[in-house]
Design a protein. Structure first.
Length: 473
């Protein structure tokens, strides 16, 4: 293992890497069930849902294995949030344009993902994506990690653990609990869901402070242990205060992967005939849109997480970036062939990096766990969302420390950074945040007589983002 992943050179151990991989897995395991829900309209248990479920596990694992062995970096991959919602919207539009069934339209949209993945493989092989990374100004790069930190805080506190009740929902910790004027107003709006929201809040903060205290005393695997403590608190709370058995779903759960459904609905089921019926202009526009969002989401996650871990060089470049981007591209192609939307590097990788992950062994561990979930998905499903919130909040707070490197006396740095800080958590897109940062940087440089400081590629990327925002958004 040491020779394969250069553990000593990266000052890490097998145990640390495995714990980091497990930590990353626990913070992003939600995607295994959520992705098929979003892509199939919550048609749980249908043949298409089962196919997408397995595709999520397989394509994610393929991307992570390439990340592990080709790039030797600790980043995990899965179908990207936001991109999967956009993919579902595209499928719905294809249904309206062509009159095909949802499954046939889904298979047509997979062709878009295949083309995107092939384009990215070519761009990665010829170092074009790497050149795009280098075109991002240092000031903008410095703001990526803190902006991702705020995004993680927003996910952890704002949207990771929703509760439904007879009065509606979802109800969230920050918006509906802390945002309520009084406790009585919260009770009135949430109904029977109020107790669950209180348990969610208690769980995430006990987990958060457990992680902080364990990390202070330099306990190995502090993030993972904190999540386990939070899970136990949540399970106990469900049993004692809500009279709910948190493990009830395991009694009737099936542990046999639905390979037959996958073979019939998504595995190599690319509908090229249906794709041609969409129209060439719409098809090209969709491919470009998917490419831009995926490219800058991946770049942002890699640069932001690596800089937080001290894995970048003096110019802010990530080692073996070419191989990391190639892993993203291969994962996307694997997703199109097995039946899921664009595979991209997950921001939750930051939790594993914070747990000490520094090499591809972390990514390999997470990938193996994703494959195992084809058989043990019901077990992963009992991990409370509130427990994963604890880790996301903690990592988000740590990533804010990157702001100390920003030159706030330089308007061309602090304005783009400020825009990214607010844009990423609100839009939910790392790529869109970077786009706004690049546009503002370019405009400021041009308007302050420093147009020559901006590279040609930065001008081109800024223009492409303007086109994307106002013409094809």
């Amino acid at each position: 293992m040491d020779k394969l992943f250069d553990l000593k050179q990266n000052k890490t151990t097998v145990r640390t890497e495995i714990v980091a991989g497990l930590t990353t897995f626990m913070t992003m395991a939600y995607i295994i069930a959520l992705n098929p829900n979003l892509l199939t309209g919550f048609d749980v248990g249908s043949p298409l849902w089962n196919g997408v479920f397995l595709a999520t596990c397989v394509a994610s694992a393929v991307g992570m294995f390439v990340m592990a062995f080709a790039a030797n970096l600790p980043f995990a991959m899965a179908p990207g949030m936001g991109l999967n919602s956009f993919f579902a919207l595209v499928v719905g539009n294809i249904v309206g344009i062509t009159g095909m069934s949802y499954t046939e339209s889904f298979q047509s949209a997979l062709v878009i993902i295949l083309i995107e993945g092939i384009v990215f493989i070519l761009l990665s092989v010829f170092n074009i994506r790497e050149k795009i990374v280098e075109a991002i100004p240092l000031g903008v790069r410095l703001g990526i990690a803190p902006a991702i930190g705020l995004m993680l805080l927003n996910i952890g506190l704002g949207s990771n653990a929703g509760v439904y009740s007879e009065t509606g929902g979802p109800f969230y910790a920050m918006r509906d609990f802390f945002g309520a004027l009084t406790a009585s107003s919260a009770k009135d709006s949430m109904g029977s869901g109020y107790a669950s929201v209180v348990l969610t809040v208690v769980t995430m903060f006990i987990g958060l402070f457990a992680i902080i205290i364990l990390a202070h005393y330099k306990v190995k695997g502090a993030v993972l242990l904190g999540m386990l403590i939070a899970s136990v608190i949540n399970w106990a709370g469900q049993a004692i205060f809500l009279s709910v058995n948190p493990f009830a779903s395991l009694a009737t759960a099936s542990f046999l992967p639905p390979f037959k459904d996958m073979a019939e609905t998504t595995l190599f089921k690319l509908n090229f005939k249906g794709f041609l019926e969409i129209g060439w202009f719409t098809s090209v526009t969709l491919v470009i849109t998917f490419c831009m969002i995926d490219m800058f989401d991946t770049i942002g996650t890699l640069v932001g997480t690596a800089s937080r871990a001290g894995m970048t060089d003096e110019k802010g470049n990530v080692p073996r970036m070419k191989q990391a981007l190639l892993a993203d591209a291969i994962g996307t192609v694997a997703g199109s062939l097995t039946g899921t939307s664009t595979v991209t590097t997950f921001v939750e990788s930051a939790s594993g990096v914070e747990a000490g992950g520094r090499t591809g062994l972390t990514a390999l561990t997470t990938g193996i766990l994703f494959l195992a979930c084809m058989f043990i998905a019901p077990v992963a499903a009992v991990i409370p969302a509130a427990a994963t919130s604890s880790a996301l909040i903690y990592v988000g707070i740590l990533m804010l420390a990157g702001l100390k490197n920003v030159a706030f006396d330089d308007i061309s740095q602090f304005v783009p950074v400020s825009l990214m800080l607010i844009a990423m958590p609100i839009s939910g897109s790392i790529g869109h945040g970077i786009g706004l940062g690049l546009i503002s940087y370019t405009v400021i440089k041009v308007c302050t007589g420093k147009a020559k400081d901006v590279s040609i590629l930065t001008y081109i990327i800024s223009l492409l983002f303007l086109v994307k925002f106002f013409l094809v958004a």
